[in-house]
Design a protein around this ligand. Structure first.
Ligand code: C5P
Length: 393
């Protein structure tokens, strides 16, 4: 991919974008305008990307090694971050008078602009008209973020955070094979209150459900994530509904079920909750304290009874007889797919970033997957779901 850096103070954030992209295994060719090189030296980008930085069309040495048409053809995605009012204006007007603008003109890859400038510049009708024009012909834009600007103003003009830019890039590179799907995904643990300061919960981190929401959004689905308490940042392009108890999760899911085309229940729903919630903090008086618990409703089972063509995916976190237990749940809860994992195995289960899973479906197919990241597993789950949908009679 090509990351083009233009001359704004937010150039320093582009350095972090390159670092994150390299971490994720991208090959990054950086191109800079002369003005950008006043803010951050090409050497910084060269060191991080491991490739010489392209700076000018008319440098003969670079032209023989790179060539602006080569650069345009090589790129699978072209990102301009930060994008100044000047570069937006030049490209919108068809000007190609330096390396960066000639490459943008020649590329057939998707082009993403991440604008960053003074709030009044951004609001200027000329800049807004240029953005509308570029959007109309297929260029992609991220919105600048509100906040304190280096020029001393408060307002909309900050470059989005590097992680958000990288997420947008991942989305642009994905096939939109889930376009038209409306996915309802659950994630995380529940908290069942005992008194105003205590609750029962489990070790779910929410990472698997959040990875599913990110993967589905990248692949073009409209995603609603019903999430129990986690410490994770909200996924891009996802509607997040925050809940605490299993009862709240059930209500949030049922309310949105009619509108969904598929449901993925990755949440570790609490099976039991205290019969009585003490209105005041319980005091430590007696030597023993007995809590009486009642069964919570099984949300997925309830959905299975009224699914009416919607695809239902469950999870089975097990510590023994993993496959047999998952098969049983697939049948009993009337699911289309279940993702079974042995939460006791090394590299699998709750808090980590990896999982070892087996996918079972209603057609009797069993796919055993090796250790992989939760993000990779999320994509494998949607590959399988997509195949089930396309192979439907
Ligand atoms: O029966 P078990 O809890 O192992 O089933 C796991 C699957 O069922 C998960 O997909 C989980 O989200 C869902 N579930 C539910 N409501 C419950 C318990 C589990 O929807 N009360």
């Amino acid at each position: 991919m090509v990351l083009a850096v233009t001359g704004g103070i937010a150039c320093y954030k582009a350095v972090e974008v390159v670092r994150l992209l390299m971490r994720d295994g991208f090959s990054v060719q950086v191109a800079m305008t002369r003005e950008a090189a006043q803010f951050v030296t090409p050497l910084t980008f060269q060191t991080l990307s491991g490739q010489p930085v392209a700076t000018d069309t008319f440098s003969l040495t670079e032209e023989s090694q790179i060539g602006h048409i080569n650069l345009a053809d090589q790129a699978d995605v072209f990102v301009i971050a930060p994008a100044t009012a000047n570069i937006i204006g030049k490209i919108a007007s068809g000007i190609a008078d330096d390396l960066l603008t000639t490459v943008v003109m020649a590329t057939q890859a998707p082009v993403l602009f991440a604008p960053s400038m003074n709030v009044h510049m951004f609001e200027n009708p000329i800049v807004q008209e240029n953005i509308r024009k570029l959007r109309r012909v297929g260029y992609h834009f991220m919105e600048p973020v509100e906040g304190y600007l280096a020029c001393g103003y408060e307002g909309k003009g900050r470059l989005p955070e590097p992680e958000a830019i990288v997420e947008e890039i991942r989305g642009l590179l994905k096939k939109k094979d889930l376009a038209g799907e409306r996915l309802l995904i659950t994630a995380g643990p529940n908290q069942e209150p005992i008194d105003p300061v205590r609750f029962i919960t489990n070790r779910s981190s929410g990472k698997m459900g959040y990875a599913l929401a990110r993967a589905a959004a990248r692949r073009g689905a409209a995603v609603t994530l019903v999430a129990g308490p986690t410490s994770l940042p909200p996924p891009a392009k996802t509607r997040v509904v925050a809940v605490r108890t299993a009862e709240e999760m059930r209500a949030a899911v049922l309310e949105r079920f009619a509108d969904a085309t598929a449901v993925v229940m990755a949440a570790a729903v609490s099976d039991y909750s205290p019969v009585q919630v003490a209105p005041k903090k319980l005091k430590k008086t007696a030597d023993a304290l007995r809590l009486e618990l009642k069964r919570n409703p099984d949300i997925l089972e309830e959905l299975g009874r009224k699914k009416d063509g919607r695809l239902l995916v469950g999870f089975a976190a097990e510590t023994d007889n993993v496959i047999a237990n998952a098969e049983k749940k697939l049948r009993e809860k009337n699911l289309d797919m279940i993702v079974a994992n042995d939460v006791a195995a090394e590299g699998s289960g709750f808090e980590g970033d990896t999982n070892i899973a087996t996918i079972l479906d209603h057609g009797g197919n069993v796919v055993t997957l090796p250790l992989m990241t939760k993000d990779e597993l999320a994509d494998r789950i949607f590959d399988h779901l997509h195949a089930l949908k396309t192979n439907r009679p």
